[in-house]
Design a protein around this ligand. Structure first.
Ligand code: CA
Length: 495
């Protein structure tokens, strides 16, 4: 049995040199050999910023780097041929391709239209003004560079629920587009922050327009005919009505692949909000474990004063393990990004052990943690900063350990504020492991592996600790760990 292990194969500062798709193809074989089963690629379609767009400013879902639009044919990551080649290289090695898609909004409209709007209180989106007036808005998308290839659908003011920029009068803010859908109200079944969080940015997609809804279903089916589709990562779910994904994901599983892996980004640490969205979406989604990520961030900042025995408290993986995708960092949390709450490098081996080797959750590895990254950007202080994200040396071994040793029932040894561990007891034909972590001084955990293993020698698969541990006649042994470190103890004869 292979344990599902995701790799987010990009970060915010992936160089805009058009080479990422080629890099995916080059690394496909090594990733498969390491134990990566699913690769999450960045949005492959054309964003409003063209060849510098990270991909979260959706312009044209049908332009996979194929048409001269927004200043270039290729996207930041390469052209359509390279994208197809990357997807097929992964598929050939048995790795599933997870496609990132932003349905919530569009940007970079081709034409302005005369629209009717009402001003909205940005702090209370249900406070929609009664004054209705005409203005110009960027709501018409005709995709002149594509000329109707793949889809003839033209987006207009009937396809959007709100905008943030109008002209004549020239204003910025949040504006409700008054059209034939929703009687002047926002979409429901969205997050309740700011009253109703339907509107995030750009031209906000109106899912109640049946033609829009059918176009987005058609796009999903179309993508499945162009490239291998193993699943989707759905951006900005808290701004998209749950009923849409309830239908869309079901439709994709009916038409593209019944086993699609679908994870939605609902960036909220509160289990009640996540649970309610999952219920509304008929539990067809996985969600990222935001709360656990925040705990990793806190633990890495607080050092030994953080009570690591409580690190899973309040997490999605504890509350709803079958719906949790666990992560350490991502493109939004890395240094200098919008949700910056990065995990300091010293703690990352511990955090990755806590997501890769446990029974619960589907872990997602972040590209810079595996391969390193270095970049420059402006910080909140306005100054230019250089960031080095070092590759975590033991991460390939932890990924390998997940496939080789993270098997069988789990016993938790979370009984100390700075030294915890857990045992994977193995199965009849696959070995287990004893994982010991310390965020303070060195320590040890006594584990009971059963008298069948009496006299068996164990070694640290990561090589962080050089002891040989031999199981006693009573089936028990003390497994050590260095300070601020993690050790993964496995049978010496299984190494
Ligand atoms: Ca929305």
């Amino acid at each position: 049995m292979t344990h599902r292990t995701l790799l987010q194969f990009f970060h915010w500062y992936t160089p805009a040199d058009g080479s990422l798709w080629d890099e995916v193809a080059t690394r496909a074989e090594a990733l498969a050999a390491m134990g990566i089963t699913d690769v999450w690629l960045p949005p492959a379609y054309k964003g409003a910023e063209g060849s510098t767009s990270v991909g979260y400013d959706t312009y044209d879902l049908f332009d996979l780097g194929e048409f001269d639009q927004k200043g270039s044919k290729a996207t930041k990551y390469g052209d359509r041929a390279a994208f197809e080649n990357a997807c097929r290289a992964l598929e050939t090695k048995g790795v599933r391709v997870i496609h990132d898609v932003v349905f919530n909004h569009k940007m970079g409209a081709d034409e302005k239209e005369r629209v009717t709007v009402r001003r909205v209180n940005p702090d209370d989106r249900n406070d929609i003004g009664s004054d209705e007036f005409e203005a110009l808005a960027y709501t018409r998308f005709t995709f002149p560079g594509r000329q109707g290839a793949h889809s003839k659908f033209v987006w207009d003011r009937q396809c959007f629920s709100g905008v943030d920029v109008i002209e004549e009068p020239d204003e910025r803010g949040v504006f409700k587009l008054m059209n034939q859908y929703g009687e002047g109200q926002w979409n429901d079944e969205v997050d309740q922050e700011l009253g109703n969080f339907d509107y995030l940015m750009g031209a906000d997609v109106e899912f109640r327009n049946k033609a829009v809804y059918e176009e987005l279903k058609y796009w999903g089916r179309w993508l499945g005919e162009q490239v291998p589709v193993g699943g989707f990562r759905l951006d900005a779910a808290k701004h998209i009505p749950a009923w849409f994904f309830r239908d869309w994901v079901g439709h994709m599983r009916d038409t593209v692949d019944p086993n699609l892996f679908v994870v939605a980004e609902y960036w909220h640490p509160d289990m009640a909000a996540l649970g309610s969205y999952l219920d509304l979406a008929d539990k067809q989604l996985m969600l990222f474990d935001v709360a656990l990520h925040h705990s990793f961030h806190e633990a890495s900042k607080q050092g030994e004063s953080y009570d690591i025995s409580r690190i899973f408290e309040g997490s999605l993986v504890a509350a709803m393990p079958e719906h949790a995708v666990t992560l350490v960092d991502n493109h939004d949390t890395q240094p200098l990004q919008s949700l910056e709450a990065s995990v300091d490098p010293w703690f990352k081996p511990l955090a990755y052990a806590l997501i890769l080797l446990r029974e619960q959750g589907v872990p997602c590895v972040f590209y810079p943690d595996l391969f390193g990254a270095s970049y420059q950007d402006a910080g909140d202080d306005g100054g230019e900063h250089t960031v080095d994200m070092p590759a975590i040396p033991c991460l390939p071994k932890l990924i390998e350990a997940r496939q080789r040793f993270a098997h069988g029932p789990q016993t938790d040894l979370f009984d100390h504020f700075s030294c915890v561990g857990f045992v994977r007891h193995g199965t009849d034909d696959q070995p287990g492991c004893v994982v010991v972590l310390s965020n303070g001084a060195g320590g040890e955990k006594v584990a009971d592996l059963g008298t069948d293993l009496a006299g068996t020698s164990f070694r640290d698969f990561l090589g962080h600790h050089d002891a040989d541990v031999t199981i006693g006649e009573d089936g028990k042994a003390a497994f050590p760990v260095n300070g601020g470190s993690v050790s993964v103890w496995v049978r010496a004869d299984a190494m």
